[in-house]
Design a protein around this ligand. Structure first.
Ligand code: SAM
Length: 218
């Protein structure tokens, strides 16, 4: 068997056992997970663990997110296909690729320059041409291209950063983990007639969002 066949089989196993078996139903999300090669985004020393359902280190104290949690967040984003999406926390670029499989344009912001450059290189080599990259403090959003129909934050904040809500389109959805006394709570925020309507979806664990409207760097 060629190695590419076995990666494909491992992706199928991940989708069947960790996503479908645990309740993910959105076909667009499942198809994106079947297609995007997570092994291209992990560090070489973790290659054999590429399709295991947990986060892995990517350097600089950061991680590539757990597949199930990203699938859960993507389903909760209710993507239809034509959206402009702002992603805060590019990390490895894996979530960015999954989003780019479904949405129209992804604007992704990462505060750690070398991580952003590594992700940019991988995503360009994979042929994505609907992703725009920015190095900087994502708690400020990316005002030049606002509003966004969807915003996804993959690091845990002390509260919903005001600039992100301001840059969310009317009727848009923002997903963000917010620190609480019991770990992080994944919040879904909708903008309805300009007002913030919040729901707590589930508990989760993310690295901290560091920035002006996030946590202070230690
Ligand atoms: N979803 C990514 C993936 O699949 O590889 C992993 C994201 S990782 C859990 C969180 C990322 O958020 C880290 O790369 C971290 O540097 C970044 N981050 C933290 N605070 C940030 C901020 N204010 N602006 C932009 N990125 C930030």
């Amino acid at each position: 068997m060629r190695r590419s066949d076995s990666w494909k089989e491992l992706r199928k196993e991940l989708v069947d056992r960790q996503l479908i078996a645990r309740g993910i139903k959105d076909k667009k999300v499942l198809d994106a997970f079947l297609k995007v090669p997570r092994h291209e985004f992990v560090l070489p020393e973790y290659l054999d663990e590429s399709y295991n359902d947990y986060p892995l280190p990517i350097g600089f104290g950061q991680t590539i997110s757990q597949p199930y949690m990203i699938a859960y967040m993507m389903e909760a984003l209710e993507l239809q296909g034509g959206e402009k999406v702002l992603e805060i926390g590019t990390g490895s670029g894996y979530t960015t690729a999954l989003l780019a499989e479904i949405a129209k344009e992804i604007y992704t912001v990462e505060r750690i320059g070398p991580l952003l450059e590594r992700a940019r290189k991988i995503l360009e080599e994979l042929g994505y041409n609907n992703i725009y990259f920015k190095e900087g403090d994502g708690t400020l959003g990316w005002p030049e291209y606002a509003p966004y129909e969807r915003i996804i934050v993959t690091a845990s904040a002390p509260s919903v950063p005001t600039p992100l809500f301001e840059q969310l389109d009317e009727g848009g959805i923002l997903l963000i983990p917010v620190a609480s006394g019991f770990g992080d709570v994944l919040k879904r925020v909708k903008k309805i007639k300009g007002k913030m309507v919040e729901e707590n979806l589930t508990y989760c664990a993310f690295v901290p969002l560091i920035g002006k409207y996030g946590f202070k760097e230690k």
